[in-house]
Design a protein around this ligand. Structure first.
Ligand SMILES: [Mg+2]
Length: 314
């Protein structure tokens, strides 16, 4: 059960419904097959990213029409006739999304509002394309201050569909296969050498494993997407170290994971221990990487990172 007494329970309820249905869209495309495209920055995007984002924006607009929506995909050049037909077939099969104007919804540019939603329709698109781990992340903030988040991870640790949620000052919870939401907490691990570390399958840089070697870490989980934040929040792993591009880090990628880990008792900072500031669509960091941990080993991680070549490069 989620509380109906908290300030943003309406937003949380909507965000849970949204990621739940959104994961049906992504799984539908996974079963029937999907078209992939290359974005200008060379990262991949699929028709499922578009179908999911368009659905999510439409649902938020319906319930909170004045809110600003900050969503990842902003290029409609891939939306040809065939792509639109494919999106409509998915909506029809799932019995959702009646009367959505696909193009208009995708390209909707909102005015600034202090009420802001962030949308990552598929996080870990490379993992999604390969049948591996991916996630769908929604965040909500007031004046760039995170209030709630939801993350759906289809096939989380092979258990089934997990939905993770967090509310500011009200903790983190999760549910598997639409069961009741239960509170989650970070691990009690206090020894960095024995800690289990999450890192990326497709986006790592050499300094990440150099750090792990220096810290004598021997246990690893290597997966795609913000599911790594979920693993820190529920105590499956103890730390996560991630490279960040200082000028191209966006709130839709980070807000859900940061709030989830913090509300589960963990700590998230940049590589030098400074907090990560969210400003509308941007994440502002003073060092080009992120550490998420169970809090207990956080200072030890920062200490071991000192002298890392990443600080000489930037
Ligand atoms: Mg994405």
């Amino acid at each position: 059960m989620i509380s109906t007494m908290t300030p943003y329970h309406e937003e949380l309820k909507l965000a849970i419904e949204i990621v739940n249905t959104a994961s049906k869209i992504t799984e539908w495309f996974r079963e029937v097959g999907f078209q992939s495209y290359q974005k200008e920055d060379d990262s991949p995007v699929t028709i499922a990213d578009y179908a999911t984002q368009i659905y999510i924006i439409n649902k938020i607009m319906e319930q909170f029409p004045g809110d600003q929506i900050i969503a990842e995909e902003d290029d409609n050049s891939f939306l040809d006739h065939k792509a639109k037909r494919s999106i409509n077939s998915c909506y029809e099969a799932l019995n959702i999304g009646e009367n959505i104007n696909i193009e208009k919804t995708l390209m909707k540019k909102d005015k600034y509002s202090k009420r802001q939603w962030t949308v990552d329709p598929i996080d870990g698109t490379k993992g999604y394309q390969k049948g591996l781990s991916y996630a769908i992340g929604i965040g909500f903030m007031i004046n760039s201050d995170p209030k709630i988040c939801t993350i759906a991870v289809p096939n989380y640790k092979k258990f089934g569909k997990a939905i993770f949620i967090a509310e500011k000052d009200n903790g983190s919870k999760f549910a598997i296969n639409n069961s009741e939401f239960k509170p989650i907490n970070v691990s009690p691990q206090s020894q960095l050498k024995q800690a289990k570390m999450c890192h990326s399958l497709h986006y790592d840089e050499p300094w990440v494993m150099d750090f792990a070697t220096r810290a004598e870490i021997a246990n690893f989980v290597q997966i795609d997407s913000m599911a790594k934040f979920c693993m820190i929040a529920d105590g499956t792993a103890d730390l996560y170290v991630k490279p960040m591009n200082k000028s191209r880090s966006f709130t839709w990628d980070f807000l859900p994971g940061i709030l989830l880990v913090q509300e589960a008792g963990g700590t998230v900072t940049d590589l030098q221990g400074n907090s990560i500031e969210l400003q509308n669509d941007k994440c502002v960091v003073s060092a080009p990487g992120l550490i998420a941990s169970n809090s207990i080993i956080h200072d030890d991680i920062i200490e071991k990172l000192k002298g890392s070549e990443i600080f000489n490069k930037n």
